[in-house]
Design a protein around this ligand. Structure first.
Ligand code: ATP
Ligand code: MG
Length: 386
């Protein structure tokens, strides 16, 4: 799915190519993009302020180290490509130089320009501050000039199972079982709830979509891509005013119309992904008959309480799901997709509702209606619940 970041268009980014900072001087840069709200209040602290306290936790890599880590950015090691650049699988030495080499994912900015740099900086600062099991871990970065211009790279923990997008829509992959889908979306919801309500300052993620939900070796989900994240409104402010960026199909309508960003914009995107999980369809599929192309329009014909509701459920699930839990999730999605953003639930409410849907599915599971999903995290969580 293509983004509509105006600044992801290479041709528009001619400025700023000489603005490479010294790696440890990130905090001296102009952080106005991250500080949309008033600075006059003494607290809470801004992300750049919080970052200053934690920056030593990030490793600073030289370009040469990352070249070696990826065998010269070898095409064979390329594992993904997004609006920001290419992602490679690589191997680095542990920070203390001892022990086994570490497998990592290395993202390399492929456009030179102020906006690309801002996105990179936002990612370093937000990920340098946050700490949650459902947010991807940033290990370090590289920020340097070389003969071909500025170089901006990010080094993350490697997520062996790629993204939720991959497993939900790639027909070459085996079907993602029902309980695993719910477990993944619950983890993603917990990550978003932490951003909205679990930090000193509210963080609006702004780019919630299946390709940004990465999966580790145990299918544990982690949100990635903080390049578009913003601090939420402070004090009496109801929203943050920004340029409209994000991904077509996922952005809340009021945000697209006004540029007024609130945490509720993320909730809308979450509702879109809930329907993608239920149906196994993308928010926009141009190869379908016209009435089925826009997912949110199509599902309206099959209300959660209606007799025909089950017709929207991903046929690859082959009835291996709990219909009552599916109805609950469709209702939750509908509430996330309320036109009036104030009527949408909070992420903590979403988390609670998803836990109920999982419990409901597990009960159906014990009466042998759904095969047991075998991931270790599912098994772990179930045993804790008992
Ligand atoms: N830490 C990681 N571990 C393993 N794979 C990763 C990691 N980060 C990214 N990837 C892979 O690289 C792909 C591209 O990621 P990237 O964030 O650059 O773009 P995107 O999310 O697909 O699109 P966009 O730029 O519009 O957000 C991901 O979908 C994922 O498959
Ligand atoms: Mg991404």
């Amino acid at each position: 799915m293509k983004c509509f970041y105006p600044f992801k268009d290479k041709s528009k980014n001619k400025k700023g190519s000489n603005s490479a900072p010294e790696p440890r001087n990130l905090n001296k840069l102009d952080n106005s993009a991250l500080n949309r709200t008033t600075r006059s209040l003494p607290s809470p602290r801004s992300i750049p302020e919080l970052y200053k306290e934690k920056e030593q936790n990030l490793r600073v890599f030289s370009l040469q180290e990352l070249r070696e880590a990826t065998n010269g950015f070898n095409r064979m090691l390329k594992i993904g490509e997004g609006g920001f650049g290419s992602v490679y699988k690589g191997t680095i030495r542990p920070a203390d130089g001892r022990g086994e080499p570490l497998v990592v994912a290395i993202k390399r900015l492929n456009q030179h320009g102020l906006q690309g740099h801002k996105e990179w900086l936002a990612e370093v600062q937000f990920l340098g501050v946050v700490n949650h099991p459902n947010l991807v871990k940033l290990l370090g970065y590289c920020c340097t000039d070389d003969e071909r211009g500025i170089q901006r790279l990010l080094v993350y923990e490697y997520m062996a199972n790629r993204s939720l997008e991959d497993h939900l829509f790639n027909r070459a992959r085996s079907t993602l079982p029902w309980l695993r889908r719910l477990d993944i979306i619950l983890g993603a919801a917990e990550g978003l709830a932490y951003l909205h309500e679990g930090l000193e300052i509210q963080v609006i993620y702004r780019d919630f979509k299946t390709s940004n939900v990465l999966l580790d070796g145990n299918f544990k989900p982690k949100l990635s891509d903080f390049g578009l994240a913003r601090e939420g409104p402070r004090g009496d402010h109801t929203h943050v005013s920004t340029a409209v960026v994000g991904t077509y199909g996922y952005a809340a309508p009021e945000y697209v119309e006004t540029g007024h960003l609130k945490a509720q914009s993320d909730i809308w995107s979450f509702g879109v992904v809930l329907y993608e999980i239920l149906t196994g369809r993308r928010v926009l599929e141009r190869n379908r008959p016209t009435v089925e192309q826009k997912l949110l329009d199509w599902v309206k014909q099959f209300p959660a309480d209606g007799k025909r509701f089950s017709m929207i459920i991903d046929p690859r699930l082959r009835n291996q799901y709990s219909i009552s839990a599916a109805r609950r999730i469709a209702k939750l999605a509908d509430s996330c997709l309320k036109k009036n953003s104030e009527e949408r639930p909070t992420m903590n409410q979403v988390v609670e509702c998803l836990k109920l849907a999982i419990r409901e599915s597990e009960e159906a599971n014990t009466s042998n209606k759904i095969p047991v999903a075998s991931s270790s995290n599912l098994a772990d969580r179930r045993s804790k619940r008992v």
